[in-house]
Ligand binder design. Structure first.
Ligand code: SF4
Ligand code: SF4
Length: 484
């Protein structure tokens, strides 16, 4: 593997042979993109590597190339083990005329492509593999040799619980060697946890290596089962002129419709986020912080299912905390349709009205198209150059009283609380885990219970405290790896 043209030269010199330079991306069709090149000399390999390195594929930069010895190929085959949805069984596919455009090959040469449905418990037997090969015209010793490869391919796919395992191409070289010249496996997302040896960082089917932000978001999601948080970065390295928006959806269908509405207004989507299934405010807050950490987005657009059954004010509180800490410097349009939407919009708009950038809240009767139009007007009229923001610093507390929550920590500054007459934090706590002791807020349950989930991380105590002009409450919800 080479990251620079110099490394490519040195690897090619070591191989002492003509080489192939292959773009390392998690995608098919690399040859058509100019991502596979052949070089006769080491110098040529360096030049070709530098042409490929830095290319943009699906908005991400190619930063690795594989340098391999060029094989003198006599014949190409294709072998794959997939899961056939129809029969709900593994299926081996073999082509004796290669595999680039396997569907077309199967149509044009039905006698050269064969399929075999495999009983999972029985596995693939050698005689079954040979029969499969016979149907594609492979006979004799070659049939025996390839049959062994197919049996091994099936065993590997079973061991690693793959949804697809593919050798493309499987080749015979001019000296008679049978070589798997390129391979790819896709492990079932739900089985990834059983295979730490594979080093898969995110158990999700991605078409590229995870970005830094993808990893940070996965860290938030992977151990917190309260609702969903799905994040995927869709672009990097853009400027303000490119018109990218940070997208925060809730629910698949509504999110798709909302992204279409944005696209129709000429916006591009920097990321896809879904927080749904009744996530706590803390999770929505972390999602919003991660979205906001992307440089050069021109706006923040929240819109998903029009009539969500989750209590939308939790999402509103998460957004409010993130927007306030960011001292929001880009316009935001948030559509929080569904259960308790009036309360949600009131929280959202009341607690963000002092921020440098506008935040507009909409409900179920406001369409995604209308909200995208609002985003468009705000972005067009907003003066990005003159906006001034303050960097958020957690408060320094004189007499902190604190307790742990499931994913963070809550602090009340008892020095400030001593002067607080209305103490709204107590009434705002729906799970009723707070009480007054000598006029100061303290836990009414054990610290252990609060940390196990009695504190629902609803963020209400912090927000009512600030809304009433008191500054005693602060909730710390760290996001590992996020520096902004
Ligand atoms: S509202 Fe704030 S300042 Fe007042 S008692 Fe509660 S935490 Fe303390
Ligand atoms: S202490 Fe109560 S109000 Fe504060 S975050 Fe926890 S559950 Fe919400």
């Amino acid at each position: 593997m080479a990251k620079t043209s110099e490394e490519a030269v040195s690897i090619a010199s070591e191989l002492k042979s003509p080489v192939v330079i292959k773009m390392q991306t998690w995608t098919t069709g690399r040859a058509d993109m100019g991502g596979i090149k052949f070089a006769a000399t080491a110098e040529e390999a360096g030049e070709m590597a530098s042409e490929i390195l830095g290319m943009k594929v699906k908005n991400f930069t190619v930063d690795n190339v594989l340098i391999e010895k060029k094989l003198n190929i006599e014949q190409e085959f294709y072998a794959a083990l997939i899961i056939d949805d129809k029969s709900a069984k593994p299926m081996m596919i073999f082509s004796s005329v290669g595999g680039t455009g396997i569907e077309e090959i199967a149509e044009e040469h039905p006698d050269k492509v064969a399929r075999l449905s495999i009983d999972l418990l029985e596995g693939l037997k050698d005689y079954q593999a040979r029969e499969l090969l016979r149907r594609t015209g492979i006979t004799g010793k070659l049939q025996m040799k390839i049959a062994m490869v197919l049996v091994k391919l099936f065993n590997l796919a079973k061991k690693y619980e793959t949804r697809a395992a593919e050798i493309n191409p499987l080749v015979i070289t001019d000296d008679g060697a049978l070589i798997a010249a390129d391979c790819r496996i896709t492990v079932d997302d739900s089985a990834v946890f059983r295979h730490p040896e594979l080093g898969i960082e995110i158990a999700r089917e991605l078409d590229r290596p995870p970005s830094k932000l993808d990893k940070i978001a996965w860290d938030v999601e992977k151990d917190d089962y309260r609702g969903t948080f799905y994040f995927i970065q869709m672009a990097q390295g853009f400027s303000k002129e490119d018109n990218y928006v940070g997208f925060h959806g809730a629910g698949g269908g509504g999110s798709m419709m909302s992204m279409d509405a944005l696209n129709n207004k000429g916006f591009k989507i920097a990321n896809f986020v879904d927080t749904s299934g009744n996530p706590p405010a803390s999770k929505v807050y972390r999602a919003a912080k991660i979205i906001l950490s992307q440089n050069n987005i021109v706006g923040y657009f929240g819109s998903g299912s029009g009539v969500a059954s989750q209590e939308q004010f939790h999402s509103a509180r998460g957004l409010v905390k993130a927007f306030r800490e960011a001292d929001l410097s880009i316009p935001a349009v948030i559509r929080l349709g569904g259960n308790q939407e009036d309360k949600a919009i009131e929280i959202l708009t009341e607690l963000t009205k002092e921020l440098p950038a506008p935040v507009e809240g909409y409900k179920k009767n406001d369409s995604a198209d209308f909200c995208a139009e609002r985003m468009n007007s705000l972005v067009e009229s907003f003066d990005y150059n003159s906006v001034k923001t303050n960097k958020f610093q957690p408060p320094v507390q004189e007499k902190p009283y604190s307790f742990k929550t499931l994913t963070g920590e809550i602090f009340y500054d008892h020095a400030l609380c001593a002067d607080c007459t209305d103490t709204p934090c107590i009434a705002s706590c729906e799970p009723e885990i707070l009480k007054l002791e000598n006029g100061l807020p303290v836990l009414a349950v054990s610290g252990e219970d609060a940390a196990k989930g009695k504190c629902t991380e609803c963020l209400a105590c912090e927000q009512v405290c600030h809304y009433h002009g008191n500054k005693g409450a602060y909730i710390s919800l760290p996001i590992a790896g996020l520096t902004v």
